[in-house]
Design a binder for this molecule. Structure first.
Ligand SMILES: [Zn+2]
Ligand SMILES: [Zn+2]
Length: 689
């Protein structure tokens, strides 16, 4: 007797295929199937009957094997939604989620008096067992092999909450919790993490699974240390560098419903949970949550949806919440909880704007007299100073001294950035390296001058202005390796470094108690970008950087250099009036019909030949006209030629996701199938530049 199943293979395929098996397999099972003469993974989506099958039954191949713990119906619903919402092939969604599905060769841990140990050696060491005792205890089944892997036993340091935290905790955590979304909104140092660690503790005690999302993998390590301090064991850490064995083990635990806590960046939101009751999205405003390469999805939005599918609590956490979240507070989709800084009793830093029109420094100089004077004051009192600039390299452009032509990347239509330390020109878009000695393509001159300022050049000026003090550069270039990063960070804590020259990366997570002054060199850098979120990002960035100053006991200072001191954004920051900024920005978005008031999708066509790309654009325009789709575009990308490919962008701007989907589906159905291959759909793009 054969049973028939619809199976979605893990891969670039949208429709499920029919397979058979001699036994009943539950829906949601992960199976091994033969496909194109290979064996690969798939997931059973439904059972089907002989009568429903419209082709020769004899041609249907058998499923080879199946994994005993199937995906929950909530998980299947979640993947279905992800596929529909973001226009990602269903098979691709499953592939992204289950690339490393559990197999039978996972080594078991050992269980002894209700505790779990990683290995025989580990158990014998901790329990001080002799070889003889080990043999006895295994033969009488006191020590058994277990498929559980989460090493939590009991809290080793209790999480104590202050009155404010306790109140919020009680508000969020209730018996028989149902899906609700909360925003924990509080400045750095207000105890947001302890508050949600308490939620995790309760959830773990209740026998449930928790998911914690962080914007970057680099942050999971520090987080894990903090977790261990209270819970006495490591959380499950999910990232691409884990071994196959580690990933399989985590998936096995998740699917078997073992109570556990998993922390990871973006992709962790895709994991198949069995018993998920708490989702935390820390630094919820961070744009890293948006996947920008390959299949595009927004991990924060999906975290909320995942919590909804699983009827779990969703907690968003931030010191500078996203405009979307703040907008949703007004709609009552999110419940807000404010935490004030109680631990350090530190006042917010004093923020001042430096008008560069009046205080412009001399040629080839970027540091104003005001900042110079303040820096000297702090240095004399042994304080540390951060010079903040969000631009890597030495100078953003090198131009020909003779004809002023710039040097561009051969693969992309962008200027090359000079990196002095390694003496190379680098394309920041395709990472190609070029020799510094170039000949001008326009006039054959070999004399070039550096234009503008990058971090390396800023450091040169800092060293020139403050001799005798040690400066150090902190950017994604210098913090690349773990060892480097550790040394550089230690230098700050040990007061080896007086002057920090850093980019966005430093604004993210590090806490430096002796940092007394933050100087923002180019406050205007993202103000005039065509990106509609530029204001919001500038505000969040400045707020975060400002939060780095004066953390323990003493009030810090922040100076922002700008050529637009009257710009409302600087006024709001200076007055530390976030509400004023939010109201202003929301009304601007409403007037221009931008998110969160509308839903936007970007349809990007990427093609190696510009003539064929033009034909595709013509086709899109014709379809749009005929079916009244009112598509916007095409507009060339900000970088129209990138990695040897041309790009053109179209947009839909609609009132709801439903109408977005309807229009995209209609457009796709009318397009020549071969042209669809060049289409990349981005729902809720980060920018529409
Ligand atoms: Zn030239
Ligand atoms: Zn390039």
């Amino acid at each position: 007797m054969s049973y028939y199943y619809q199976v979605i293979p893990l891969g670039q395929i949208h429709e499920s295929l029919t397979y058979k098996f001699s036994k009943i397999i539950p829906v949601g099972s992960i199976v091994q199937i033969p496909l194109r003469r290979k064996t690969q993974g798939g997931v059973v989506l439904s059972q089907t009957t002989e009568r429903q099958i419209k082709f020769d039954l004899k041609k249907i191949l058998p499923i080879k094997s199946f994994y005993p713990h199937p995906l929950s119906k909530e998980t299947i619903e979640f993947y279905q939604y992800l596929s529909v919402h973001y226009f990602i092939d269903l098979g691709m969604v499953y592939k992204m989620a289950l690339q490393q599905y559990p197999t039978s060769d996972i080594k078991n841990y050992f269980s002894f008096s209700s505790k779990i140990y990683r290995s025989q050696k580990n158990l014998m060491e901790i329990c001080k067992l002799t070889g003889k005792q080990w043999r006895e205890l295994t033969s009488n089944q006191s020590i058994i092999s277990t498929d559980r892997s989460f090493l939590f036993d009991k809290i080793v340091q209790s999480i104590t909450l202050n009155e404010d935290q306790e109140k919020i905790f009680q508000n969020i955590w209730k018996k028989n919790n149902n899906f609700t979304t909360h925003l924990i909104d509080g400045v750095t140092g207000s105890g947001k993490t302890e508050l949600y660690l308490k939620l995790i503790e309760e959830n773990l005690k209740a026998g449930n699974q928790s998911l914690v999302l962080l914007p970057e993998i680099a942050l999971t390590e520090e987080w894990s240390k903090r977790f261990q301090l209270y819970f006495g064991c490591e959380p499950f850490i999910w990232h691409s560098k884990q071994t196959k064995q580690q990933k399989s083990r985590i998936l096995r635990s998740l699917l078997s419903g073992e109570p556990c806590v998993i922390v990871g960046a973006r992709s962790a939101v895709l994991l198949p949970f069995q018993n998920l009751k708490l989702v935390v999205c820390d630094e919820e405003h961070d744009s890293s949550y948006k996947q920008e390469e390959g299949p595009r999805y927004h991990a924060k939005d999906m975290a909320i949806f995942k919590a909804k599918c699983n009827n779990a609590i969703c907690t968003l956490v931030s010191a500078s919440p996203s405009l979307e979240s703040l907008y949703n507070l007004n709609n009552h989709k999110i419940i807000s909880h404010q935490l004030v800084n109680q631990f350090h009793q530190t006042e917010l830093p004093e923020i001042a704007v430096v008008d560069m029109n009046a205080l412009k420094p001399g040629p080839r100089s970027w540091i104003s007299k005001t900042i110079y004077d303040e820096t000297i004051k702090v240095l004399k009192k042994q304080g540390q100073v951060l010079f903040f600039l969000n631009r890597r390299g030495y100078a953003p452009t090198k131009i020909c001294a003779n004809c002023h032509a710039s040097i561009q990347c051969q693969n992309c239509a962008v200027n090359l950035v000079y990196h002095k330390k390694i003496d190379r020109l680098i394309c920041h878009h395709c990472s190609s390296f070029y020799e510094p000695q170039q000949t001008c393509k326009m006039c054959s001159s070999d004399k070039f001058v550096s234009l503008g300022i990058g971090l390396e050049r800023l450091q040169e000026e800092v060293d020139r202005l403050f001799p005798g003090y040690k400066s150090q550069l902190y950017s994604s270039d210098t913090l690349r390796t773990k060892k480097n990063k550790k040394d550089l960070i230690e230098d700050i804590f040990n007061q080896q470094t007086n002057l920090l020259v850093g980019s966005q990366i430093i604004g993210k997570s590090f806490h430096f108690p002796n940092l007394k002054l933050v100087n923002v060199i180019d406050g205007d850098s993202s103000l005039f970008s065509p990106d509609f979120r530029a204001m919001e990002k500038t505000y969040q960035l400045l707020q975060q950087v400002a939060g780095r100053s004066g953390r323990e006991g003493e009030r810090g200072k922040v100076f922002i250099q700008t050529y637009n001191p009257q710009h409302p954004i600087f006024q709001s920051i200076k007055n530390q009036n976030r509400n004023e900024f939010i109201q202003m920005e929301l009304s601007r978005r409403e007037q221009s019909q931008l998110p969160p008031y509308t839903k936007i999708s970007q349809l990007q066509f990427i093609h190696p030949k510009s003539s064929e790309l033009r034909e595709i654009c013509m086709e899109v325009l014709l379809i749009s006209k005929k079916h009244q789709l009112s598509i916007l575009g095409p507009t060339p990308s900000l970088i129209p030629y990138k990695k040897n490919h041309y790009q053109e962008n179209f947009y839909f701007k609609e009132e709801s996701y439903t109408s977005l989907r309807r229009k995209i589906d209609l457009l796709k159905s009318k397009m020549t199938p071969k042209n669809i291959r060049f289409l990349h759909i981005d729902i809720d793009p980060l920018s529409i530049a």
